[in-house]
Design a protein around this ligand. Structure first.
Ligand code: SDX
Length: 428
């Protein structure tokens, strides 16, 4: 017998069906609410509102569980690769050796940028933020692959996905080279996904670049950990833009813009800047903790808190271990790591944060690793976008293929002026 919610309004009572997911999450289906009552619901920030049903990622914020297509993040980090995890997210199964080989070959095939797109870089000012370049270049892909629409892109989803997952890496590396005034480094056909990216980023004709297997492994893990996260702000943006049947490149470009915000993917850059500020101001973490608790001060501790995780972010536990192993070799990074560890310890003991269930999130330690690997802080959110690409694609594909999908168009409660009469300027 399925559950029913009863709503008593204006002396009437209406029955609303309850939807139960495969992990027993329950949602009251209000799709008939306005038609039957004239009422809508209001939910600032959608903290209580499900936008869709999805088979892609499951999160249990209380238990710190994160699974992609039913596989735990711990299992995938232990056994999988980013390319294989990307395939899993898009197709809902782990690829056969042949399918994985074919997908990897597509990633190699689509790793280059059209020569005309390379010219775009000369038009950006030197200080252009790499996230700005990334969003612009991804949007421009729909000019270079004009025959794209919802149907053609889902028909060729492996080609479309490979184009985006591979080219975002090249676009990112080129934007870094542009910022340093150094020559672009082309992708190689013989390197793995992460080796290629690190090489495009850091190889130079005069210094060369020696791949550190520990960095390649850390890059793979970090990309797996960022690959999807159900209906977060940027993924919801991709879904909303895609719901108008805008093509995938345009939808992804809007997701990149949403991710850039310091409350979302931009937090990893903000964490590093916060740790560096604490270090430069003498390492007094209590001063910053007190600022974050002071309601009259807009300052927040970047890297702490999460809309869904109210216990711990399973990703930050894995990232913290990667961080330690990478930073042990990087003596210069110790002060910032020491500050991060002291800050985490003090926050976890402070009732203000414990009572609000504020714990380190995915962004708290990732920036320290990126910095230790040689990435400039402006590239941190770009790295988040490279990881999140398969998730964005998987959600766009799920939404476009859903026969029940409709264009997203929320309602509102109007609180502005009631009817007013126009007055000519001579009478005002
Ligand atoms: C990501 O959604 C996802 O899944 C995102 C993500 C993904 O993989 O896609 O996990 C990636 O975006 C992680 C979050 C990165 N952002 C940050 O680290 C920025 C700092 N964090 C906060 O801005 C905040 O915690 C958010 C944005 C993450 C969550 O905001 P919510 O859910 O709207 O929480 P809230 O603002 O309602 O805060 C609840 C209370 C408030 O205090 P009271 O009004 O109850 O007294 O907690 C306080 C807030 O002031 N609070 C903080 C805080 N975060 C919340 N106080 C100090 N420092 C903080 N970081």
């Amino acid at each position: 017998m399925s559950e029913i919610a009863t709503l008593n309004l204006d002396g009437k009572s209406i029955q609303l069906p309850v939807t139960v997911g495969s992990e027993n999450e329950k949602g009251i289906d209000i799709s008939k609410l306005r038609a039957e009552t004239g009422y809508i619901t209001l939910d600032n920030g959608f903290g209580n509102t499900g936008a869709c049903k999805s088979n892609i990622t499951f999160i249990d914020g209380e238990k710190g569980i994160l699974r992609y297509r039913g596989f735990s993040i711990e299992d995938l980090c232990e056994n999988s690769s980013f390319v294989e995890t990307a395939y899993l997210l898009i197709h809902d199964y782990l690829p056969s050796p042949d399918e994985l080989a074919k997908f990897s070959a597509l990633l190699t095939r689509y790793s280059m940028l059209h020569e005309d797109m390379r010219n775009f870089y000369s038009l950006f000012p030197r200080g252009a933020h790499p996230m700005n370049i990334l969003g612009t270049m991804v949007n421009a892909l729909s000019s270079f692959y004009p025959s794209v629409d919802a149907n053609s892109m889902t028909d060729d989803i492996d080609v479309t996905a490979a184009r985006l997952i591979s080219k975002i890496r090249t676009i990112a590396a080129f934007s870094y080279k542009k910022s340093t005034g150094k020559p672009f480094v082309n992708p190689s056909r013989d390197a793995s996904y992460c080796e290629n990216f690190l090489n495009m980023m850091f190889w130079s004709p005069v210094n060369g670049y020696e791949l550190d297997p520990e960095h390649v492994k850390a890059m793979n893990l970090l990309l797996i950990l960022h690959a999807d996260h159900e209906q977060n702000c940027s993924t919801s943006t991709v879904r909303l833009v895609g719901s108008s049947h805008a093509n995938l490149y345009a939808s992804i470009s809007s997701g990149i813009s949403a991710l850039w915000g310091p409350l979302h993917g931009g937090a990893n850059q903000a964490v590093l800047e916060m740790l560096e500020r604490i270090y430069e101001e003498g390492g007094d973490i209590q001063k910053f903790i007190d600022m974050a608790k002071d309601k009259s001060n807009p300052f927040r501790l970047s890297g702490f808190g999460h809309r869904v995780y109210k216990n711990f972010d399973p990703r930050s536990k894995i990232i913290k271990d990667i961080c330690r192993s990478i930073l042990e070799k990087q003596a210069g990074q110790q002060p910032l790591l020491d500050i991060a560890l002291r800050l985490e310890e003090a926050v976890l003991k402070d009732d203000y944060f414990a009572s609000r269930k504020l714990y380190p999130n995915v962004d708290f330690y990732s920036g320290l690793i990126y910095k230790a690997m040689g990435f400039p802080v402006e590239m941190f959110t770009v790295l988040f976008a490279i990881g999140r690409m398969p998730g964005w694609i998987a959600h766009w594909k799920e939404m476009v293929n859903d026969p029940a999908a409709r264009i997203g168009r929320p309602r509102q409660i109007y609180t502005g002026s009631t009817l007013r009469k126009y007055e000519p300027v001579s009478k005002r």
